[in-house]
Design a protein around this ligand. Sequence first.
Ligand SMILES: NC(=O)c1ccc[n+]([C@@H]2O[C@H](COP(=O)([O-])OP(=O)(O)OC[C@H]3O[C@@H](n4cnc5c(N)ncnc54)[C@H](O)[C@@H]3O)[C@@H](O)[C@H]2O)c1
Length: 447
Amino acid sequence: MKLVVIGTGYVGLVTGVCLAKFGNRVVCVDTDASRVETLRGGKVPFYEPGIEEMMNRNVAEGRLSFATSAGEALAEGETAEVCFITVGTPSAPDGSADLSAVEGAARDVGRSLRGPLLVVVKSTVPVGTHERVKAWVSEELKKRGQEPEFLMVSNPEFLREGAALRDFLEPDRVVLGVESPEAAERMKSLYSFLDSGRLLFMDLRSAEMAKYASNAMLATRISFMNEMANICERVGADVDHVRRAMGRDSRIGPSFLYAGCGYGGSCFPKDVRALRDFASASGYHPRILNAVEEVNENQKDVVFEKLALHLGDLSDKTVAIWGLSFKPKTSDVREAPAHRLILSLLEARARVQAHDPRAIEETRSALGDHRGLLYMHDLYDAVNGADALAVMTEWDIYRQPDLLRVRKLLKNPLMVDGRNLYSLAEMQRLGFDYLSIGRPSILGAGS
Ligand SMILES: NC(=O)c1ccc[n+]([C@@H]2O[C@H](COP(=O)([O-])OP(=O)(O)OC[C@H]3O[C@@H](n4cnc5c(N)ncnc54)[C@H](O)[C@@H]3O)[C@@H](O)[C@H]2O)c1
């Protein structure tokens, strides 16, 4: 089967590469010519474990290619049967989902569509967007005086960056909103590598909503636990014990119960905002979603507040930061809590020595150059001579570092751990002043 995938970000490239692996002929399209150039050169422009090897194997075996326009991809060779739309849907300034890339992709499809096609929207889009996509495609077809048949499918993606290939190939479920039994049959054959029990068919609006509801639920759990952590700190409880007790309750379960320095990334923040926006537009006042976002915004400042409280005037201080990506195993820095911290520190005229195993270049291009901001390629160099270390991402290399060496390199033995990576007893034994999230503080070493 020939497939076209529009957008070569995390979702598009993973979709294209994985479906090519099963023998389909896939053309991945991106309007960013330099990105296409990079992909044609055998390089993936972001870090995702395993994808580069799988991509290059598919290219070498002739099943995967890249194009800079949907027109070129749809026109060349055999007629495409399925076209995925996997472009970004970032927040607009008012919090709604910016659908301009989706509209661009839909119109490109309408301008080039030749035969019957399944138009599958994988981007996360507000409920009802499939109707707008259908209208955009139809408008372009009408301009050409053509009427090839096309069917809409909503197939929101649930992959997690850092585990994207496995999540695509072995998903918990595949949500498929379809408008006809024929579309359902065709999606079933596309996903025939999965046990059919994992395919959940439904109407298109419910499929679009299922994605937002899932992300909002996960964001809610995070904000809920951050709120519990903030209360624990004030009443002398330890959120780690509380988490373990809660997670053993089969009605609650252990996932997504970790307190920390707030959620970031390319999905939760914008999806909670977009859901709030279209809920409000529908006449409903979303109380829980407002609170989830408010708690998260507050949580992103917690590490800075702890540093300021314990270091006092920051203008002559140097702070080391471990972790710049919004979570481990990805170079994605969109809305990363570390960025908020860096900007707050720079505003307070502190110097920053930042380390990350994968996301330095991404951070540099997101934040630009600042006189007080140094990027270090070694985690111990970042700590050298600093007045404090802040841990912002739970990369594996930060889990068991040489903590004694860290303490000796720090000018002042203060660590603020935004991810609760280390044991309180160990940090006390090593002589740190150690502040984490929702756990008792260890103080006295630096005084
Ligand atoms: N990243 C994730 O973990 C994840 C997971 C699930 C769902 N999603 C959703 O999937 C969608 C895509 O996310 P992403 O992170 O892969 O996006 P991304 O921002 O990483 O990539 C999108 C790509 O689309 C390209 N593009 C934009 N307009 C185009 C057009 N008209 N034609 C061709 N290419 C075009 C851009 O140049 C870019 O390379 C979003 O709606 C997102 O919410 C993302």
